[in-house]
Design a protein around this ligand. Structure first.
Ligand SMILES: [Zn+2]
Length: 882
């Protein structure tokens, strides 16, 4: 699964994923080597034969399922997962043909159904047949409906979303990853619509009443959460890659917009077959696009039938940007990596979710670098690591491998630690053992556990076999079983006979516990004297390194390490002096450390400000994006303090304007991708910083869009619209609203509704909130609007959502709700917000409070920055012409 993200409008609308009404786990049946389970271990399934008849108009469905089960111990009852289902019959047949009826009891809280029988069942094989009815949801949990506009009117399509624990809304099942089984799915659907599932269609029978019965080929052994079914008025385009049929499926008429996704899938499938050394095992792989959105995810790796929201898969030539193109590729590469990591080999339980998500994220980044070196995405890895370290440096963090007891906790595990720290740690470990050995280890691990389940130690055992004696398990355990960020302090460095000797010691970087006793890690460190060869070592508490050459010492050269570096002032001064000689990725790494350590109080804030000011005009555009982003972040800390903010803004605009002058409004034919991305970033940042020239030009272009086609080129359309929407007055907002209403392309329509939510003006923000509670924006888009309002009006959005909680609950995926509400208050500086979030916490399960606690920790941190760091920024401005 790929986490939800509303693509960057360069306006820090970075909305991340966000929970289910919890089923507290029954006592977890433990035992070495056994997966965690919330179900009795007495019965296990081997095969499901499922027949579903959806009633799309009534939002419900009829289901019949026969499950081949093995009874392992004598029992009088069978318990499985089921949610929002009504059973009309339950029948158990033994291998000898003896049938007994079962009595169903549903436990909504634990999301289970228990069937009891009059006699004790002897161990052996049985068929458990159930007839039931279920619900079609309006949010992506279980079988759900998406309604969307087309030029020919409204349409409704159905899809499924089961991860992490929603297959139980579709099939009464052993809905946990370790209960792998095979599936035969048959559906009764309108004959003129297309039905799609994990496997190719085996047969289609017209029933004569406008309906058809479609059966799919049996799946391989897999986890329930990977099953997929979709039906609608679709088109499908296909190609072949290494003999596998690769397809894209989307609403009718949009095949051209999926061409990039189709071409990319062909290339990626070939590369992955090659990298993993195991051929993709299913006969086909489809990628299905759907209108709408989710607070939980943007795409899902159902085996052979990847589901992706349109905004992360289709490219509309009138609207999509370079950033969208990169997002489409990365999303597809992530979900396709899961076809091996996750689908073929699945984590035993959600505590090892990172084996899925960290790997897919890392693999996607790797594949993007390989196929699109011109995008220069290797620099993005610093941003991924920064996101992880920021989350990992507060008290509410958790280890990558963490204890998960409840469904809600499993949903919450889809977070920055699992994805981004997972990715960053894998990147470090690959660099530590070497890419060839790492690849061999990955292959050996996948081969040993194909069609089965695994835990992290299975991977380390495979790596031990290829790591050439390096203590990979030790390093991996340090970084996956304990939380937090190592801090490597650079002590004395002396040069003699052309060799620099440098002493290192390891502490811990935290944002909120300055006196914390550091944990201990074995840290792979790569260092160099600037301009000389790199040297690597393993820092076990302390280390002495001998580096060829004399001059400034740079740690984490190449930036593959998951740690921060703290230099002595003289060392940092020397590095600042030689900044231009560093590789762009190391410039970015050094600047990121200076920013984070400056904000945390480990070094002066001015280190970062000096570096930002000294950034050469011709520096890598990604570096300038970083500077622009950090200045916009600082600006945000001044919110509500007009005089000081004005002074800061004057300085920030003065620094960024010449950069924009170089980049210009018009794209040059041969410009780099990073320059294209920097253009939109700077338009957004300068507008955010209140630069009148920028605001005037944006307004001018927006007003001229009808008469001058060049005024708002497709590549800038989203950005220009976003700036206009942020600064909208009532008349402009009304026009945008009218445009959203009449738009018939969901990809654009969904975005326009999103834009209605980002206005600075409080009256308009209130109108956006009211609009979100109506059916108008589309059932899956309203939650995103409330999040949109919350960025600038956290108190308003939070109070509104809590006051209308019964209505808002229906607009949020159940997998996201425990994160959704607290996040609304996340950008507040008001101490009262902490009390409000605590009041919310009292209404949810104790075991589900970590995301809310994290929001509180971040609010406190932000208040600290305002009180303790901004005065230093002010002083620096005074001295440096602010
Ligand atoms: Zn994923």
């Amino acid at each position: 699964m790929r986490k939800s993200l509303v693509s960057a409008i360069a306006l820090a609308l970075a909305l991340s994923a966000g929970g289910l009404v919890a089923a507290p786990a029954p006592a977890v049946a433990g035992g070495a080597g056994l997966a965690t389970t919330q179900l009795p271990r007495t019965v296990r399934p081997t095969h499901y034969d499922v027949a579903i008849v959806p009633h799309a108009d009534k939002l419900n469905f009829d289901g019949k399922v026969t499950v081949d089960v093995q009874v392992l111990q004598p029992t009088r009852s069978i318990t499985l997962n089921a949610l929002n289902m009504t059973f009309s019959s339950v029948r158990l047949t033994s291998a000898s043909g003896h049938a007994v009826a079962g009595k169903a009891t549903v436990d909504a809280k634990n999301q289970t159904a228990t069937f009891t029988f009059d006699t004790s069942l002897a161990p052996g094989s049985y068929k458990l047949a159930m007839a039931y009815t279920g619900k079609i949801e309006t949010q992506p949990n279980g079988l759900f409906a998406i309604d969307y506009d087309t030029k020919g009117g409204k349409k409704r399509a159905l899809y499924t979303q089961f991860e992490n624990s929603d297959a139980r809304r579709f099939i009464p099942s052993w809905d946990e990853p370790a209960y792998k089984a095979t599936f035969d799915l048959t559906v009764t659907v309108p004959a003129d619509e297309m039905a799609v599932s994990n496997m190719p269609v085996a047969s289609k029978t017209e029933l004569g009443n406008g309906m058809a019965r479609v059966s799919f080929q049996p799946t391989p052994k897999m986890s329930t959460y990977l099953l997929f079914f979709g039906v609608g008025d679709f088109d499908r385009a296909t190609t072949t890659s290494d003999g596998t049929q690769s397809g894209v499926i989307m609403q009718k008429g949009k095949a051209a917009q999926a061409a990039f996704a189709l071409d990319s899938a062909k290339a990626v499938l070939h590369d992955y077959n090659d990298y993993f050394g195991i051929k993709y095992p299913l006969p086909k792989l489809d990628n299905i696009a759907a209108p709408g959105s989710s607070q939980f995810f943007s795409a899902m790796e159902n085996w052979g039938a990847i589901f992706t929201f349109e905004y992360a898969m289709l490219l509309d030539p009138s609207f999509s940007t370079q950033g969208d193109r990169m997002e489409v590729f990365n999303t597809e590469a992530h979900e396709m990596a899961h076809q091996w990591f996750g689908d073929l080999v699945t984590m035993n339980w959600w505590d090892n979710l990172w084996l899925n998500e960290g790997f897919a994220s890392w693999m996607a980044e790797r594949e993007t670098e390989k196929r699109h070196p011109e995008w220069n995405t290797v620099l993005d890895t610093v941003g991924v690591r920064e996101g992880a370290m920021s989350r990992d440096a507060v008290a509410t963090t958790h280890p990558i491998v963490q204890k998960i007891d409840t469904v809600e906790q499993a949903s919450q595990a889809f977070d920055t630690i699992t994805y981004s720290k997972g990715e960053a740690v894998i990147r470090m470990l690959e660099a530590y053992v070497g890419p060839a050995a790492w690849r061999q280890g990955v292959h050996d691990y996948l081969k040993a556990h194909a069609y089965g389940n695994a835990v992290s130690d299975d991977l380390w055992h495979a790596m031990d076999g290829v790591a050439g004696g390096k203590p990979i398990t030790q390093v991996a355990h340090d970084f996956t079983l304990q939380p937090g960020v190592p801090l490597i302090e650079v002590g004395s460095a002396a040069c003699s006979d052309g060799t620099t000797t440098v002493k290192l010691s390891q502490g811990e970087f935290t944002r909120d516990r300055p006196h914390k006793k550091p944990l201990h890690w074995h840290v792979p460190v790569t260092a160099q004297v600037v301009g000389n060869a790199r040297v690597s070592t393993l820092v076990d508490g302390r280390a002495t390194m001998k580096l060829p050459g004399c001059g400034p010492v740079l740690l984490n050269a190449g930036q593959s390490g998951y740690y921060r570096t703290l230099y002595a002032p003289a060392q940092l001064a020397a590095l600042k002096h030689d900044f231009g000689k560093l590789a762009p990725i190391d410039q970015l790494g050094l600047m990121s450390d200076a920013w984070a350590e400056g904000m945390a109080g480990l070094e002066p804030v001015f280190d970062f400000l000096d570096m930002a000011r000294a950034t050469p005009a011709d520096a890598d555009p990604t570096l300038w994006s970083e500077v622009a982003g950090s200045l916009a972040a600082l600006d945000n800390y001044y919110r509500g303090d007009k005089a000081r903010q004005a002074r800061f803004r004057a300085y920030a605009v003065k620094q960024l304007k010449p950069v924009f002058a170089r980049v210009g409004w018009e794209a040059k034919p041969d410009e780099s991708t990073s320059t294209t991305l920097l253009r939109t970033q700077l338009i957004g940042s300068l507008a955010e910083l209140g630069d009148q020239d920028m605001l005037n030009e944006v307004r001018h272009r927006y007003a001229a869009r009808a008469s001058d086609p060049k005024a708002v080129p497709a590549a800038l359309r989203k950005t220009i619209y976003a700036v206009v929407a942020v600064n909208a007055d009532e008349a402009t907002w009304d026009k945008l609203h009218a445009q959203a209403k009449s738009e018939t392309t969901p990809l654009i329509k969904d975005r326009l509704y999103g834009l209605l939510s980002i206005a600075k003006d409080e009256t308009l923000a209130k109108r956006a909130l009211a609009l979100a509670l109506t059916g108008e924006p589309g059932a899956t888009n309203s939650a995103g609007m409330i999040r949109g309002v919350a960025w600038r009006h956290p108190e308003l959005a939070y109070d509104f959502a809590i006051a209308h909680r019964a209505q808002v609950d229906k607009l949020v995926d159940s997998t996201s709700s425990t994160r959704f509400y607290p996040a609304l208050g996340g950008s507040s500086f008001d101490p009262a917000m902490i009390g409000k979030i605590k009041a919310y916490e009292a209404t949810i399960a104790q075991t589900a409070r970590r995301p809310a606690d994290t929001v509180i920790a971040n609010i406190k941190y932000r208040m600290m920055i305002r009180n303790q760091r901004l005065p230093a920024v002010d002083a620096w401005l005074q001295k440096n012409g602010g």
